[in-house]
Design a protein around this ligand. Structure first.
Ligand SMILES: [Zn+2]
Ligand SMILES: [Zn+2]
Length: 386
């Protein structure tokens, strides 16, 4: 599907992006490189979408489906510990999630798709998205209308997965990645003397009760057939041994596999906080800091990915998973709330370093599988019907 020259070019580009990581909504150099390459290839390109995103379109002029393919472009605030020549040249910034690889993948696919343009029907959109890492760039792209005019029929994206065989293509129909909700809860008590608790309202005691009671949501409100977990990741209160403080702050992280589990956990959080506070005469404030819905793959389009991969012999190993590979969140979920599609995975091999680790690296050897799957999908859905 790709010749040596194309692959070499893709690897060089991936390493160049790795060397110049940019944080969410600062991907200006990356976006400029992406836009330049897409114009060279002959796409109609729009820059500055959702701040630093790039959208490229190919209109074949023949009636057919509207297909979108997406890559994310941002890096992380991590100090890279790798020693190879293309390690990050920006102290404290690193492509530790492989978005350099995802961007190179979609550009490689874009090149192979252009070669086929005369045989294709329908309309193709390539979305190079900023701010996936905690920035919900996907939600911003959706708000800026990338799925409209014309309305997208199906969208596809992927993530590399360390710990799975390099080049293994796999799909999880239905719930595939976790939803993530993060809240700041402030328990407002009344400060006082440690020897006179009856004259104070102790927010540490109330906060501790909230920590305990929240676990009851997982155990008793969520269906045991649904996955979800609540972690109280921070608890800040007090600074003197003889003083009851006035406030306690809790950072609560809720993960879920479905709207049903989210309703049972995040949806009931305030009820628990309110009940516990009321029982002890405290009040509270709750603020939502971050929200990503669970990523749910449409079963039909998940099968299409498997079928396209198999028909085109994209990988030696193509599988359907019957379990969620991670409770980690991915903002691709925002696209799937609007239009059907599938977020698939490609194994990154076992390098002993997981995503967001200072030793992680995207495996260039998987580029042909990942880009090949995108091209196979375009062939399958926009190619001539036989
Ligand atoms: Zn990440
Ligand atoms: Zn990622």
């Amino acid at each position: 599907m790709f010749d040596d020259n194309q692959l070499e070019h893709a690897v060089a580009l991936r390493r160049d992006l790795h060397r110049h990581p940019e944080l969410k909504f600062e991907e200006t150099r990356t976006a400029a490189r992406v836009a330049e390459r897409l114009r060279e290839l002959g796409y109609r390109v729009r820059e500055g979408v959702a701040q630093t995103g790039v959208v490229a379109e190919l209109e074949t002029g023949r009636p057919g489906p509207v297909i979108a393919l997406r890559a994310d472009m941002d890096a992380l605030p991590i100090r890279e510990a790798n020693a190879f020549a293309h390690r990050s040249c920006h102290e404290g910034r690193m492509h530790a999630c492989g978005h350099d690889g995802h961007t190179a993948t979609l550009l490689l696919a874009a090149e192979a798709i252009m070669v086929r343009r005369d045989k294709l029907k329908g309309h193709l959109k390539l979305l190079f998205q900023p701010g996936e890492e905690g920035g919900n760039g996907a939600e911003k792209m959706v708000r800026e209308g990338v799925l409209e005019a014309p309305r997208v029929d199906a969208i596809f994206g992927y993530h590399n997965r360390p710990g799975f065989e390099a080049g293994m293509l796999f799909v999880k129909p239905g719930s595939a990645m976790g939803g993530n909700d993060t809240f700041r809860v402030v328990v407002e008590g009344r400060s006082g003397h440690a020897a006179m608790p009856h004259l104070a309202v102790d927010p540490i005691y109330v906060g501790a009760s909230i920590v305990q009671q929240l676990q009851g949501l997982t155990a008793r409100q969520k269906s045991p057939l649904r996955a979800g977990v609540i972690t109280v990741a921070a608890f800040h209160a007090g600074d003197a041994a003889n003083v009851i403080p006035g406030e306690a702050e809790l950072l609560v992280n809720v993960r879920n596999d479905s709207d049903e589990a989210r309703d049972a956990l995040a949806g009931r959080l305030e009820q628990v906080v309110q009940g516990v506070c009321q029982a002890h005469g405290a009040s509270y404030r709750i603020e939502s800091l971050h929200h990503v819905p669970p990523l749910v793959n449409d079963p039909y389009w998940a099968q299409v990915v498997l079928e396209a991969g198999r028909t085109h012999g994209i990988s030696q190993r193509i599988e359907q998973l019957d379990y969620m590979p991670t409770m980690g969140a991915e903002d691709f979920a925002f696209y799937l709330r609007e239009v059907p599609g599938c977020f698939f995975f490609v194994g990154n091999g076992d390098q002993g370093a997981y995503l967001h680790n200072e030793h992680y690296e995207f495996n260039d050897a998987i580029l042909p599988v990942a880009a090949g799957t995108f091209v196979a999908l375009v062939d399958h859905l926009m190619g001539p019907s036989d």
